[in-house]
Design a protein around this ligand. Sequence first.
Ligand SMILES: [Fe+2]
Ligand SMILES: [Fe+2]
Length: 371
Amino acid sequence: MNTQTASADIDHVARLMDTVESAEDANARAVKSTVLSPRFYTTDFQAMDALDVSSVRAEWDVMMKEYEGDNNHDHFQRDAAFADEVRTLMPQLSPEMRQEFLDFLISSLTSEFSGCILYNEIRKNVANPDIKQLMTYMARDESRHAGFINQSLKDFNLGIDLGSLKRTKAYTFFKPKYIFYATYLSEKIGYARYITIFRQLERHPDKRFHPIFRWFERWCNDEFRHGESFALIMRSQPDLLRGANKLWIRFFILAVYATMYVRDHTRPLLHEAMGLHSTEYDYTVFRITSDICRQVFPVEVDIDHPVFRRCLERLLQISLAADRATQRGGVVGRLQRAVCGVQAAWTFGRLYCVPVIHQELPKAIRMDPVW
Ligand SMILES: [Fe+2]
Ligand SMILES: [Fe+2]
């Protein structure tokens, strides 16, 4: 599939996508659970309570001091220029671009709030002082992040009712080890996404079409630290990083990368406005994430392998075909969707077979956010 055909497909689907015009639409978008949208999670709290981090105590205590210092305490306040920038810049967005930006804000808020709920639930349900303290700090940070994005949605009169979202969105149960793999990845990818956008707009301030991006640098340091916490937890439980668990790690990395790739390619205008192309942006994020993951994962996926690249592109095309089938509806639409499901599973299987890179874990676990 050449690039031109791919973007024509994306335009086609973007036109068919439900638009967000009211607070009701925005709330419905946040509540909806699809393969690509951020989810809410719950877990086995007893197993969380039994975690013992004493083998990484020195690094753990340093990290706790950082949380306690709370260097972003005053960060999530709007400055005087914020409202002016919103007033000047927002009317300049085309309707399609406005929809992509709203989708970006709603999905970012949902994933920030997902972390907030999960960390808060763990905090309430464990007695283990290390885990309780960590979850208290991380829930504090995520609640600030979600609240800050929600203020920007409120500028459009599209604020999300977080209480209702918490009650009505479906929850997925994951055993603690899957929570560690998935949440570690999502925190580190969150860091890589925010810092890539921040650096790009730092180089091209004329492309900063909303003031919220000015907050991303200090914001993503919170995400980086959250990821560090899960790195320490996993390194304190070495069984999670050995034997058959390596197959699970491989699965989670690929699932997270593939989902991000497909999802980001439904927002081509957003990346274009920042002077980025969705593919180039995603590979920058993959590269940063893979570099960071060497602190904890004994396997790394080969993002430069031609089959890896081809499979991601194929998954994108299958997802677009599935969207068209949904629009078509009826028996034919349902059949086409079923075919897409089989094709997606087959392609993911091929992706899984791309050889991985094996590596020794470093002695020092913690890393600095130097990107
Ligand atoms: Fe966050
Ligand atoms: Fe986070």
